[in-house]
Design a protein around this ligand. Structure first.
Ligand code: SF4
Length: 266
C-alpha cells in the first residue's frame, strides 16, 4: 500500500525532482509543500503511523514503520534507477558499507569549525542577553499604554519574534549543510564529476550561504530593535560574516547554482 502510494507520488508530474535537497527544511514556511516528494513522504509516513495507532511511547512499533518506510523508499529508488538505466551497484549507492565517510576530513575545515562555533555562540548569546529582551518588553508595554501616534507595538513584537525564529532555525542548519558541501566536494574530487549534472557541493553550499544571509539580516534587525548598546551582536555578526566570506571563497560557484524549484520558478 505504502509503496503503491509512493509510486503514485513519484509519478506525479507536479513534483519537483530533488527540490528538498537544497531547501532550508522549514516546511511550515515553504510554498512548495504540494510539489515536494519529501514532504509528501513524511505526510504518508505520519498517516501510516496513525493508521497503525502507534502511540508516542511505542518505540518498537514506530521503528518498524520507519524501517518499512526506508525499505519502500529504497525499492522505489532501485525501480526508478532501473527505469533510467542507472546501475546503483556501479555507482556505489547500494553498497552496504561505504568505504569511508567523505565528510570525515571536513570536520577540521575552517568553515565547519566556524559553523559549529556559531551554534554555541547563539546559545550563549540568548542565555546571557535576557535583559535586552526584558528592556524591550518594558518599552513595548509603555508604547501600548501611551498609544503614541504612529507607533505599532504589535508589528514590532511580531518582527522581533520572526527574526528570533529565523536565527534559531538556521543556527542548527548551517553546520550540517556546510559539512555536506565539504563532503560532496571531497567526493567529487575523488571520484570525478560529470559536468552535465549539477554539483551537490555547490547546491549545499548555496543553501548554507542563504541561511547565513538570512541569519545576518535577522541579527541586524535584532541589533536595531533591541538597541544592543554593548554591541554583543556585532561580534556575532562579525563571526557570521567571516564564515560567509570563507564559504564563498571555498565554493566560488555556489551562488550561481540553480536550485530545483526555488531558483527556477519566479
Ligand atoms: S522543499 Fe519545502 S516542503 Fe520540501 S522539505 Fe524543503 S522546505 Fe519542506
Amino acid at each position: 500500500m505504502y509503496l503503491k502510494r509512493l509510486d503514485e507520488l513519484a509519478d506525479n508530474s507536479r513534483m519537483i525532482s530533488g527540490i528538498h535537497n537544497y531547501c532550508d527544511r522549514w516546511c511550515e514556511r515553504c510554498e512548495f509543500t504540494d510539489r515536494c516528494l519529501n514532504f509528501a513522504l513524511d505526510r504518508e509516513e505520519k498517516k501510516e503511523a496513525e493508521a497503525s495507532e502507534i502511540g508516542v511511547d511505542d518505540s518498537e512499533a514506530a521503528t518498524k514503520v520507519v524501517e518499512q518506510g526506508l525499505q519502500s523508499t529504497l525499492e522505489l529508488v532501485r525501480k526508478m534507477a532501473a527505469e533510467a538505466g542507472v546501475d546503483l551497484e556501479e555507482l556505489g549507492v547500494a553498497e552496504e558499507h561505504p568505504p569511508q565517510d567523505p565528510r570525515e576530513g571536513a570536520r577540521e575545515h575552517p568553515c565547519s569549525v566556524a559553523a559549529m562555533e556559531y551554534t554555541g555562540i547563539v546559545d550563549t548569546w540568548f542565555e546571557t542577553r535576557t535583559d535586552l529582551f526584558r528592556n524591550k518588553a518594558v518599552m513595548v508595554a509603555r508604547q501600548v499604554v501611551a498609544d503614541f501616534p504612529g507607533s505599532d507595538p504589535e508589528s514590532e513584537v511580531n518582527a522581533l519574534k520572526e527574526n528570533v525564529d529565523a536565527i534559531r532555525w538556521y543556527q542548527h542548519f548551517l553546520y550540517p549543510k556546510i559539512m555536506r558541501a565539504l563532503g560532496s566536494a571531497e567526493h567529487e574530487r575523488e571520484r570525478g564529476h560529470d559536468d552535465e549534472f549539477p554539483r551537490d557541493s555547490a547546491g549545499s553550499a548555496k543553501i548554507a550561504l542563504i541561511a547565513m544571509d538570512r541569519s545576518i539580516d535577522a541579527w541586524t534587525h535584532l541589533r536595531n530593535a533591541l538597541l544592543d548598546d554593548t554591541d554583543s551582536i556585532l561580534d556575532v555578526l562579525a563571526h557570521l560574516e567571516r564564515l560567509r566570506r570563507t564559504a564563498e571563497s571555498e565554493f566560488p560557484n555556489a551562488r550561481a547554482f540553480v536550485r530545483p524549484g526555488f531558483d527556477e520558478i519566479p
